[in-house]
Each structure stands twice: as C-alpha cells, then as structure tokens.
Design a protein around this ligand. Sequence first.
Ligand code: IMP
Ligand code: MG
Length: 168
Amino acid sequence: MLVAEGEIAARVAELGRAIARDYARANPVLVGVLHGAVPFVADLMRAMPIDLTVDFLRASSYGAGTTSSGTVRLVADLAIDLADRHVLIVDDIVDTGLTLAALKRTLEARRPRSVRACVLLDKGGRREADVTVDYVGFTIPNVFVVGYGLDYGGLYRNLPYVAALGTA
Ligand code: IMP
Ligand code: MG
C-alpha cells in the first residue's frame, strides 16, 4: 500500500478546493484521460463547487504514447469544442511526461483560452518531457503502481487505494 483510501480522499478534497478557487467563474472543461483518470475525475469534480464541464478522451499508448511530431493519437476524442475555454487535463499519473506534453500540444491547437494539467500521482524522478504539471496530488517513488484507476494488464483499477505492484 502506497496511498491509503483516506489519504486520497483528503488530498482530492484539498485539490478540488484549490482548483475551484483558481477557476471560480471560469466554467472550466475538465478533460479526463480514459481509463485511468475515471475515479480521480469523479471524486475531483465533486470536490469542486463551481460551474464546470467534464468530458473524456482516450489517447493511444503505442511506444511512449507520442509520435515523432509530438502529438498523441486520440482513440476517442472529446465531444465538445475547446475554443475559448479554460481546459484542465486530469490524468492519473505522470511518469516521463511525454504523454501529457503531447496531449497538451494537441489540445492547445484547438485555441482554448488556457490549458493546465492536474495529476493524482507524479513520479517526479523520471521526467523526460519539459511539461508543467499545475496540480499534483502525491509525488511517489519510481515504482509501478496500481489502483484508484491505475491498471496492470487491465486489472486493479477498482482498488480504492494506490499500491505498488510488488514481486514479493
Ligand atoms: P508518461 O508518458 O511516461 O508520463 O506515461 C504516463 C502514462 O503511463 C500514464 O498515463 C499511465 O497510463 C502509464 N503509467 C505510468 N506509470 C504507471 C504506473 O506506475 N502504473 C500504471 N500506469 C502507469
Ligand atoms: Mg494514462
């Protein structure tokens, strides 16, 4: 066990308050990244007592999740137009940052007013892409984790806590 259910709940409530303060009256679009961010988005948006819109996309995960052009292929795209909107990408975890950096570039091309990012977990030590993560739940060591949306081979997303996937 790396992050207990109660710790997640407390931190998500804090993040929600902070983000709601920053986006008060902005009617932001929360862009959840399927499938890993589903529990996080569900909890985070309920901790934000402001007007907001939520939508989801699914990014491909071949290679590092990016093409040489630095854009990410969307297996499922958003339904709503981001033009003139304040966009907050919500993802489960940032590791190398390549996926998030590419996703940011892809969404920035749609002429939003702003694009920021919020992740539950940050494996800070492994960053390869120069990407700003504006809101971070927890910084964790470089271990493979599952639970609260994060999977290993499609399993363990339903765990209510975050655990390191150990071999022992
Ligand atoms: P990045 O492009 O290296 O930042 O990769 C981020 C993506 O890799 C995340 O959105 C996850 O889908 C996946 N990922 C990275 N680390 C883990 C982990 O520890 N457990 C499960 N998925 C992970
Ligand atoms: Mg992911």
